[in-house]
Ligand binder design. Structure first.
Ligand code: PLP
Length: 393
């Protein structure tokens, strides 16, 4: 597969789908390979992947450096339980801490975003000895019971009641509402710097910094969920600290190892560790995942990829908004976490884009969400914009 314009090359019907899986809708495609920003289905149709599979591939599919590390490290040592030391894990801890913030110097590794959230919630309760958790309207944090409890949308919560107690939700971005909810029982506030699944909404300027100060004043912890926003997606390695916010715990996953399953929490000095053995993960911090995360981080840094996202994003957002001023209400987001708020249902537009060889996501009824690989080039960006304009014409 070459990188370039997406062309449907055959008339063979693509097959689907999600048969035999519990709980997923079907996009009607069976994908069989990917390279860079493109994927190919079983009918040899090629698509520009502006989902990067829900944001897990900052470097795109089958990145050569990642493949090299995968081969090299899997032949050396792939598993090493975290009570044994390991060279890759040690090096990743050093490199992540240096890259994220020197005060985030301790880590817990796991295998997904929801596990990172779960670890952060447990750590916050253990560290503070308090129970209360404050999360935000429209927030999404994952699918385990703890993460579902702090997620806001009723459809994600209702089938699984009762969830964990002592959770409240306040209006995202409204500092006064949060200040009112905060008390001496609050263990932690948990927020996404840009809400992804909830419709792509950015925190107002200064909001996260004010929340971090409020948390400090009350002896509570600030947990930033950077599962979707982290690892360069928003034009910097982390989205939260870009405005001077000091989080106590940062949750990472998705892009951290460019598609290899991995999650992590990075922990600051105000957090006490839980007692040894009270939390853990069999696969967490395995040398293969750690080696891949190191390669992903190094590649992002060596090629200044977050910076190029930050440089390219504003013009692209503006071009997308201009694709159809009549049918697009606004384009929101940061970097390559982009929400296109339509004046109509998003699902038919998503389907029409797919028909024309571009995969995008929805985030709510009227929002198209783009989460492309961060390596997307100018002609690929133009193709997305042109296709959107064509579909909305
Ligand atoms: N937090 C945020 C902000 C997310 O967007 C997601 C997944 O979309 C999660 C947590 C859960 O991550 P995972 O699906 O890896 O469990």
């Amino acid at each position: 597969m070459g990188v370039g314009r997406v062309i449907h090359t055959t008339t063979k019907p693509p097959t689907s789908d999600t048969r035999g899986l519990v709980g997923y809708g079907s996009r009607g495609l069976k994908l069989v390979r990917g390279y860079g920003a493109e994927v190919e289905d079983d009918a040899e149709r090629r698509y520009l992947d502006c989902t990067s599979m829900y944001g897990v591939l900052p470097l795109g599919h089958a990145h050569p450096e990642m493949l090299h590390t995968l081969r090299e490290q899997s032949g050396r040592l792939s598993n090493c339980f975290a009570s044994f030391g390991n060279d890759q894990r040690d090096a990743l801890i050093q490199e992540l801490s240096a890259a994220l913030a020197p005060e985030l110097s301790r880590f817990f590794f796991c295998n997904s975003g929801t596990e990172a959230i779960e670890a952060a919630l447990k750590l916050a309760r253990a560290s503070t000895g308090r129970r209360k958790l404050i999360a935000a309207s429209r927030g999404f944090h994952g699918r385990t019971l703890g993460a579902t409890s702090i997620t806001h949308k009723a459809a994600y919560r209702q089938p699984f009641m009762p969830l964990i107690p002592d959770v409240s939700h306040v209006h995202y971005g409204k500092f006064e509402a949060l200040a009112e909810a905060m008390d001496e029982h609050t263990a932690a506030v948990i927020l996404e710097p840009v809400q992804g699944e909830g419709g792509v909404h950015c925190a107002p300027a200064g909001y996260l910094r004010a929340v971090s100060e409020l948390c400090r004043a009350h002896g509570a912890l600030l947990i930033l969920d950077e599962v979707q926003t982290g690892f360069g997606r928003c034009g910097s390695l982390l989205a939260g600290p870009a405005d001077g916010t000091i989080p106590d715990i940062v949750c990472l996953a998705k892009g951290i190892a460019n598609g290899f399953p991995m999650g992590a929490i990075a922990v600051g000095p105000r957090v006490n560790a839980w007692p040894a053995g009270s939390h853990g993960s069999t696969f967490g911090g395995n040398p293969l995942a750690c080696a891949l995360a190191r390669t992903c981080l190094r590649t992002l840094q060596d090629h200044a990829i977050p910076q190029s996202v930050a440089a390219a994003a504003p013009a692209w957002h503006a071009a997308l908004a201009a694709a159809s001023p009549e049918r697009i209400r606004e384009v929101r987001g940061r970097g390559y976490l982009i929400g296109i708020q339509l004046r109509e249902e998003a699902a038919p537009i998503q389907a029409a884009m797919q028909e024309r060889g571009i995969l995008v996501l929805c985030a709510g009824r009227q929002v198209l969400r783009l989460l492309p690989p961060l390596i997307l080039n100018a002609s690929q960006r133009d193709r997305v914009t042109e296709t959107l304009a064509e579909v909305l014409r």
